[in-house]
Design a binder for this molecule. Structure first.
Ligand code: FES
Length: 599
């Protein structure tokens, strides 16, 4: 018999349905469960929205359908769940015509983008990983721009937690990587970012809004105030100062200068996290739009003013007082930069370019000589951002040469310096010449980073050998690009493959294969794991720093550092990947489970 409408399929006769209680309609569409209950007929997706178990195996009582795999319960009429972790089950129209039961085989929403936007809001609010995954998938399928999803999640995170956190940092790091990710990885990246923001906000008190002042002081005064309030740990005053600066239209570079100057009132605060969070908040605004500055930027202030500085640490005071060394150098920065501007204007047309040489000086074992190297670079014309780039490369070399005989937790020490240095570099690039009043207070971040790098020198004793150096041949490894990348993923599948991962990265780059494809593979390696916070940071900071150097020896060292760190932290259980996969399969309409013998 022809269907009255091609979107409808015949489920069977009403008599048959009454006799059996339920029927399942299979076909090219998703399987549909038709249920007869107390004189009414209902039709819904036969795949449990939780994990896809066939709902035909469930039971119905008092209008409630129960799936017996994990015992989620659903309202038979609406499909709405009583157990939020399971998600709602899609329903579809059903009609009884001349004693026959017909069901509409297409599921859909009038406005899919709006529907999945709301579902993402629900998933974030209740920290529901599966709902988040489906909503991200649904939005992407509805052609919502990935940046719009980042914006929705970021604004949720800023509002529903009293301060910037790990989740927003991960979201931003992954948001930065979206342009180099294939479609499937972009889905995973957005899912991980959103789920980590939701987890951060779960059970937290929401943020309390503060207001800008009625006055509009000049940027220099606001910068001084912010340093003052940070010094005395006055959070409310610091937040109102930031809000006033935003309301006054202070430019993003000037805001960055003010925040970095305030942040460096303390040395390497909170092991560098505080500064890294500030940088990420700026990068997040680049992703979601600066019109959201008042919602986002104040969220970093609480941690900034409360952070514990390295000046309280014995390691920074004995046997050499590194804090005093930094303070002495900081007092001379204006003079050094003045000399550098002179050198620049008289002898250089193409700028200072000794980044790699300075980085190697920064890896020395004499803190006074390290400060002297920075002084010489500045006086020779190095701009603040040049110093940041050298610092970040030096820190990457610490990771690239990290000796695996160290304690495993020592990786984090090397990692902290690298991500801090990357953040310093990005902030100084952003500031550029915005500090035209000659106030280079923010460059203290480089001095602090250089000392943190010095203190981590023992991690390279003895130094790990960097593959490909000294003409080392890697001919025992594959030459084909895809084979190398497959071998790299295979290495990440096994524990303690640090050296092999480094060799494969070196092999890939020295043969001239695409660095972007390699970075996408490293991203895939992270996105399939239940990665720790630091893995996301390492990946993104490495990709950023690689972009500064390109496919050079230094760029190769940076990606080797990333691969070594990731290899030391892989594999994991991959539970989040399983959630993402289930959501993807449910969204695509395929059957996840089939009863033996089912047609
Ligand atoms: S409750 Fe149905 S599959 Fe888990």
């Amino acid at each position: 018999m022809d269907a009255p409408n091609k979107e409808f399929a015949l489920a069977g006769s009403l008599e048959e349905l009454k006799a059996k209680g339920r029927l399942v309609v299979h076909g090219s569409h998703r399987p549909i469960l038709v249920i007869y209950d107390r004189g009414r007929v209902f039709a819904l997706d036969n795949r449990c929205p939780h994990m896809g178990f066939p709902l035909e195996r469930g039971s119905v009582e008092d209008g409630i359908l129960t799936c017996h795999w994990h015992h989620a319960r659903f309202d038979l009429e609406s499909g709405g769940t009583f157990d939020l972790w399971a998600d709602d089950v899609p329903i579809c129209p059903v009609e009884v015509r001349d004693g026959e039961v017909w069901v509409k085989t297409t599921f859909g929403h009038a406005d899919p983008a709006a529907h999945w936007h709301q579902r993402l809001a629900d998933g974030l609010a209740h920290d529901l990983g599966l709902v988040i995954a489906k909503a991200v998938h649904g939005q992407l399928a509805a052609d919502v721009a990935p940046g719009d999803i980042v914006r929705q999640v970021a604004l949720f995170g800023a509002k529903n937690r009293d301060g910037w956190g790990v989740g927003l940092t991960i979201l931003t790091a992954l948001g930065n990587l979206l342009p180099v990710l294939p479609k499937e990885e972009a889905y995973l990246a957005l899912f991980h970012g959103a789920r980590r923001v939701a987890a951060d906000c779960d059970g937290e008190a929401p943020r309390r809004e503060r207001a800008p002042l009625g006055s509009r002081p000049d940027p220099a005064a606001l910068k001084r105030w912010l340093q003052r309030w940070t010094n005395v740990r006055h959070r409310e005053a610091a937040e109102r100062t930031v809000l006033t600066a935003i309301a006054a239209g202070v430019s993003p570079p000037e805001l960055a200068d003010a925040l970095l100057a305030a942040e460096t009132e303390r040395a390497f605060a909170d092991t560098g996290h505080s500064l890294d969070f500030i940088n990420k908040a700026f990068e997040c605004l680049d992703l979601i739009g600066w019109e959201h500055a008042a919602a986002l930027l104040p969220t970093v202030v609480g941690q900034m003013v409360a952070a514990r500085g390295a000046e309280e640490s014995t390691a920074w005071r004995q046997p050499v007082d590194l804090v005093a060394l930094c303070e002495e150098a900081a007092s001379q920065l204006p003079e050094w930069f003045a000399a550098g501007r002179g050198a620049h204007s008289t002898s250089r047309a193409d700028g200072w370019s000794h980044h790699a040489a300075l980085a190697r000086d920064l890896l020395g074992d004499d803190p006074v000589a390290i400060i002297d190297a920075l002084k010489a670079a500045i006086r020779a014309g190095a701009a603040p951002a040049d110093l940041g780039r050298s610092l970040a490369y030096g820190a990457a070399l610490r990771v690239a040469r990290f000796g695996t005989a160290n304690e495993h937790s020592d990786w984090e020490t090397a990692h902290h310096v690298f991500t801090y240095a990357n953040a310093v570099h990005q902030m100084l690039k952003r500031i550029g010449t915005a500090n035209t009043d000659g106030d280079v207070t923010a460059v203290r971040a480089v001095l602090h980073g250089a000392m943190a790098l010095y203190l981590a020198r023992y991690l390279n004793v003895p130094p790990a050998r960097i593959p490909g150096e000294g003409g080392e041949q890697l001919d025992n490894l594959p030459a084909d690009a895809e084979m190398i990348r497959a071998a790299l993923l295979d290495a990440f599948d096994r524990q303690r493959q640090v050296d092999l991962a480094a060799r494969l990265v070196a092999r890939h780059l020295t043969l001239g294969h695409s660095p972007q494809a390699l970075i996408a593979t490293l991203a895939r390696a992270v996105l399939r794991e239940d990665a720790g916070f630091h893995a996301y940071q390492m990946l993104e900071a490495g990709a950023r720093q690689f972009s500064a150097w390109g496919d050079t020896e230094e760029g190769r060292h940076i990606l080797i550092a990333v691969a070594r760190y990731l290899a030391a932290h892989s594999p994991t259980e991959r539970a989040a990947l399983q959630t993402a996969d289930v959501a993807r399969r449910l969204m695509r309409g395929g059957e996840l489970h089939r009863e033996p013998g089912a047609s």
